[in-house]
Design a protein around this ligand. Structure first.
Ligand SMILES: O=c1ccn([C@@H]2O[C@H](COP(=O)(O)O)[C@@H](O)[C@H]2O)c(=O)[nH]1
Length: 224
């Protein structure tokens, strides 16, 4: 199965549908995040579902347990294959999110965003490195019964050794020629993340902003 999920962070629904239709032969799923969901809601998800690929709802839910469980129930109707919550929401929130998700949806916990480095993490009051914090939150997610986590390619190898059947989602991926998309700080190539044990490779702008998105997706696929 193709591990690439295309991140559709586009403001226009017609553009997102057109891009998904173009590259659907070269990716394994579609990732719809906050930008997409806030702009297009359930209607937008239904439109993208028509493309026929699994839908990953990257909503990064983070609230008290009752609220997150309610949100999970509210998205059942969209039949997502994967949903994200923030591991920092704590064990009860993670357990309640998983219980509310139903049997056919993987719930994965975001550990430390790939846009953060050591200094950013320290500024939020978290001691230790992103690596330490990812391992701590991965253990918490596993104990809470989640399916897996989101982390960067810098940590995925170590998480894979500790959690063999964990479903490991890795964004912050850059083929060498897309290195200029610099808001991501903990970055590796798609191939390196896959070799280290990633189950899902999340890739957005290196495909969506390429001059030829089909060629870009095909080129990335060929490296795996
Ligand atoms: O730690 C995280 C968690 C989620 N993301 C999301 O992945 C994509 C990456 O897009 P690119 O354009 O390939 O950088 C985007 O939708 C993020 O919201 C992440 O980057 N890091």
């Amino acid at each position: 199965m193709n591990p690439i999920y295309l991140a559709l962070d586009l403001p226009r629904l017609d553009a997102a549908v057109a891009l998904a239709q173009k590259v659907k032969g070269h990716v394994g799923g579609l990732k719809l995040g906050l930008e997409f969901f806030c702009a297009h809601g359930h209607h937008g998800v239904h439109e993208l579902a028509k493309v026929g690929l699994p839908i990953f709802l990257d909503l990064k839910l983070h609230d008290i347990p009752n609220t997150v469980a309610g949100a999970m129930q509210a998205i059942h109707v969209l039949q997502p294959a994967i949903v994200t919550v923030h591991a920092a929401g704590g064990r009860a929130m993670l357990e309640d999110a998983k219980a509310a998700a139903g049997d056919h949806c993987k719930v994965v916990a975001v550990t430390v965003l790939t846009s953060l480095d050591d200094a950013d993490l320290a500024a939020t009051g978290v001691g230790g490195t992103p690596h330490d914090q990812v391992l701590r939150l991965a253990d918490l997610a596993q104990e809470a019964g989640l399916d897996g986590i989101v982390c960067s390619g810098h940590e995925v190898g170590e998480v894979h050794r500790r959690w063999k059947n964990g479903y490991l989602v890795v964004p912050g991926l850059r083929p060498a020629e897309a290195g200029h998309l610099a808001d991501q700080k903990r970055v590796v190539t798609p191939r390196s993340a896959r070799d280290a044990g990633a189950s899902v490779l999340v890739i957005g702008r290196p495909i969506a902003r390429a001059e030829d998105p089909v060629a870009a997706a095909r080129a990335i696929e060929a490296t795996l």
